[in-house]
Write a protein that binds this ligand. Structure first.
Ligand code: FE2
Ligand code: FE2
Length: 475
């Protein structure tokens, strides 16, 4: 169980390490100040029906109660140790995992932790105004649940920085509170985390697509030879699953509502559907294309010597490393992996040493997982008898990193000229008019059990509560 009588709830025996405890207690007011400045807008007096982890087992993760968000107990939780865990891949395979950071990997590991840590407060900043246009109390509560957990993920990374990286780590922990999503002078590290999340459709796409990047990054870090990082990420993954649920079910409810109106009005005409106050399916597809393409860039270049080094050194594994049937070392020339390439105005597949293609492999794992979600969405129009289906665009569509950065690719995977792209990209990406339309639907709907017109109610409420439960109380 986690001790909640301490200032910082934790299961890492913080009181047994006074220097570390004091350092984190000094960081805590800065975090709360950041939350006050950049956390959910205007929410400080609400009582929100939130899940707070009271233990790291499944039962301990399912504790629900009303909480005022600034009083949420952000804590430090590591998944249980696996006893004599051994390193599962790379040149140290078979050796015991590390409880301390080896000197030669110190700066690389710090960089990995800071980059992951930076995404957590970034998403809170990106989502901070959404509470003002929540389509229901249920959705408002889910937004806040995601936000407090992203705040906790920041704590998870800051704990590692403080506990294992000395003074540099403490400085990085401060800097994590200084960068701001979208700020010209002090932007967040990764581009996708500097984009706006201006409306609830963007929020649901973000949690479906971009939080899923989080899932795959965290999963590959749960393989790490640095055991505290592995255990931290294992606990974070359990929270990430809820974020992706919010996104997938959110978009599913929008599709459901649009299909209901399509049936009522017997039309698929976007203009008529928009006039009826719902989001036409082609617009949903454009938002999907946008979030998919900018999130795809987060995995990095197809060929990466950094990713190869992380793997060889045991810092970051592959997704599901222990379920893979090979030598877990990926020596050059033995294992190959297919990556896309552009040659002579054509997109081709090129076989390269698997070790150099780990970014691409993780991106492919993410795409497979997304595809399964898309297929679940597609059952909704099918149930209504509409022959419309969502499709992930080609990998090369609208990319800014890697082999596709310098070319234009259609969602179907055809290379095209700059002129043709200029001419046609509005068919594939949300236009200013599309965004304005979506924005025009956003209005607060806060009566218990009521939902904005553009989204269907969920099939069930949170923690077996009814859908019309008062998930947020305003004081
Ligand atoms: Fe997170
Ligand atoms: Fe998340």
């Amino acid at each position: 169980m986690i001790n909640y009588s301490e200032r910082i709830p934790n299961n890492v025996d913080l009181s047994g390490n006074r220097a570390l405890q004091r350092a984190l207690e000094r960081w805590q007011p800065s975090f709360l100040q950041w939350w006050d400045d950049m956390g959910p807008d205007g929410s400080s007096n609400y009582d929100v029906y939130l899940r707070t982890a009271v233990g790291v087992d499944p039962k301990g993760r399912a504790h629900f109660d009303y909480v005022k968000m600034p009083d949420y107990r952000w804590g430090i939780f590591l998944a249980p140790s696996e006893g004599d865990r051994k390193i599962g891949f790379g040149e140290h395979k078979g050796e015991p995992v590390w409880q301390e950071v080896p000197g030669e990997y110190r700066s690389t590991l710090r960089r990995i932790i800071v980059t992951q840590g930076d995404t957590e407060p970034a998403s809170v900043e990106q989502q901070r105004h959404l509470g003002l246009t929540a389509p229901s109390l249920y959705d408002l509560r889910n937004l806040f649940q995601v936000n407090v957990e992203e705040g906790r993920h920041l704590w998870a990374m800051v704990y590692l920085l403080h506990a294992h990286f000395g003074r540099d780590g403490r400085e990085e922990a401060e800097a994590l509170l200084e960068r701001r999503s979208g700020d010209a002078d002090k932007p967040r590290i990764l581009t996708a985390f500097n984009e706006k999340t201006p409306d609830w459709l963007s929020f649901f796409m973000f949690t479906f697509i971009t939080d899923r990047d989080g899932k795959f990054q965290l999963a590959s870090l749960t393989e790490s030879a640095f055991d505290p990082l592995a255990r931290t990420c294992r606990f974070m993954l359990a929270e990430e699953a809820h974020h992706m649920f919010v996104g997938e079910s959110g978009v599913a409810r929008i599709i459901q509502r649009t299909c209901e109106v399509m049936r009522e009005l017997e039309t698929t005409d976007p203009a008529r559907l928009r006039a009826a106050g719902v989001i036409d399916l082609p617009t949903l597809q454009k938002y999907l294309n946008f979030h998919y393409s900018i999130t795809g860039d987060l995995f990095g270049a197809e060929l990466s010597s950094n990713a190869a080094t992380y793997y060889t050194n045991g810092l970051k594994g592959r997704f599901g490393e222990d379920r893979l049937d090979d030598d877990h070392r990926l020596h050059e020339d033995e294992d190959e992996y297919g990556i896309p390439d552009v040659a002579d105005d054509r997109i081709v597949e090129r076989h390269v040493p698997a070790l150099s293609a780990l970014n691409e492999r993780l991106r492919d794992d993410w795409i497979r997982d997304l595809q399964a979600g898309i297929e679940r969405w597609n059952r909704i129009p099918a149930r209504f008898g509409f022959g419309l289906a969502f499709k992930l665009p080609h990998k090369g569509f609208h990319r800014r990193i890697g082999v596709f950065a310098g070319v234009h690719v259609s969602p179907e995977g055809e290379l095209m000229s700059e002129a043709e792209w200029t001419h046609r990209h509005r068919e594939w990406l949300p236009t200013a008019a599309d965004r304005l339309f979506v924005h025009s639907l956003m209005g607060r709907c806060l009566e218990p059990g009521k939902f904005a017109n553009w989204i269907a109610p969920p099939a069930r409420g949170v923690n077996d509560q009814p859908v019309e439960f008062e998930y947020v109380r305003f004081n």
